[in-house]
Design a protein around this ligand. Structure first.
Ligand SMILES: NC(=O)c1ccc[n+]([C@@H]2O[C@H](COP(=O)([O-])OP(=O)(O)OC[C@H]3O[C@@H](n4cnc5c(N)ncnc54)[C@H](O)[C@@H]3O)[C@@H](O)[C@H]2O)c1
Length: 276
């Protein structure tokens, strides 16, 4: 039930590719909470995506931008502030892509050109966004910037290959830029570490279904759905979380602090045929 948590707030939401995207749900929730915003995605994704439907639903302008291009990000931020009539209160970075994962390369055979593209798209783009926002003085005091991460930043998940390093870098950028923008503008910067979620990016990872089921069985609350992640993003954009910054916030139903669960024990017992 909406509570007008974002009434009067304006921002940029990246990464809504289709109705399964986490950013899609964030846009719908932010709209319901009274926010106005610009939607953005890579020009290529825009052509095949359904983003126009979402823009109509939310009354949002779409500004295409490849998040690896500083020039295109400059255009995005200047068009957004002009269209929204002032500085921004929130920005969502919901961008990830690994050519190595797309080409199904395992960790021992990563292509280094692809690796650099993974880091550029999935992590450096966050620094580029923040640097453009800083240079254009595009963020309001007490503004909030959120990027989406995954627990592979802290733990080894081999099938996540080079995205593991990208997420570690993403979270590190959130801490460094959070320190910088906190001092300069009282702006907070955080990452949300989300449960496995059935989206285009998620489904591209090798063994995703097993991954998803395992996390679900390990987490006392079950995997956090995309809608709940969107609620968490809204709370971080709102004034209720003004002193939360430089954090990687687990949104995973308890997965990250669980050792083992009864469901996983049962699954293994049954599979090994040692159950009574
Ligand atoms: N799905 C999961 O299991 C999961 C779990 C934790 C974190 N995340 C993270 O959530 C974020 C959103 O992913 P999603 O699961 O909603 O999948 P998604 O595929 O719907 O979204 C990924 C988005 O990144 C965009 N993108 C790719 N390259 C780009 C570029 N060069 N410039 C601009 N945009 C570009 C895509 O067009 C797409 O909209 C990603 O950072 C992802 O790593 C996902």
């Amino acid at each position: 039930m909406p509570n007008n948590l974002l009434a009067g707030k304006v921002g940029i939401i990246s990464g809504a590719l289709d109705h399964k995207s986490i950013a899609w749900k964030v846009a719908q929730k932010a709209h319901a909470e009274g926010a106005r915003f610009v939607l953005t995605n890579a020009p290529l994704a825009m052509r095949m995506g359904e983003i126009k439907q979402l823009a109509e639903e939310c009354g949002a302008l779409i500004v295409p931008a490849d998040a690896t291009s500083v020039e295109e990000l400059e255009n995005l931020f200047s068009q957004a502030t002009e269209h929204l009539g002032g500085k921004l209160d929130f920005v969502l970075h919901s961008i990830g892509m690994s050519p190595n994962i797309r080409k199904k390369k395992h960790y021992g055979e990563l292509d280094y050109k692809f690796f650099q593209q993974t880091l550029d798209v999935s992590a450096l783009s966050f620094h580029k966004m923040l640097a453009v926002a800083e240079r254009q003085d595009a963020l309001n005091e007490w503004g909030s910037v959120v990027a989406l991460s995954y627990i592979a930043a802290q733990r080894a998940f081999l099938d996540y290959t080079d995205m593991t390093q990208a997420k570690a870098m993403l979270e590190s950028i959130a801490r460094s830029y959070g320190q910088r923008l906190g001092k300069l503008k009282k702006v907070r910067v955080n990452t949300i570490s989300q449960s496995p979620t059935r989206t285009t990016a998620g489904n591209g990872i090798g063994g995703f279904d097993a991954f998803f089921e395992f996390a679900d069985k390990m987490s006392p609350l079950g995997n956090a759905p995309a809608e709940a992640c969107a609620d968490y993003c809204v709370s971080l954009f709102s004034d209720l979380t003004r002193y939360v910054t430089m954090q990687n916030l687990m949104h995973d139903g308890g997965f990250s602090t669980t050792g083992i669960s009864a469901e996983v024990v049962e699954m293994i017992t049954q599979a090994s045929g040692s159950g009574e």
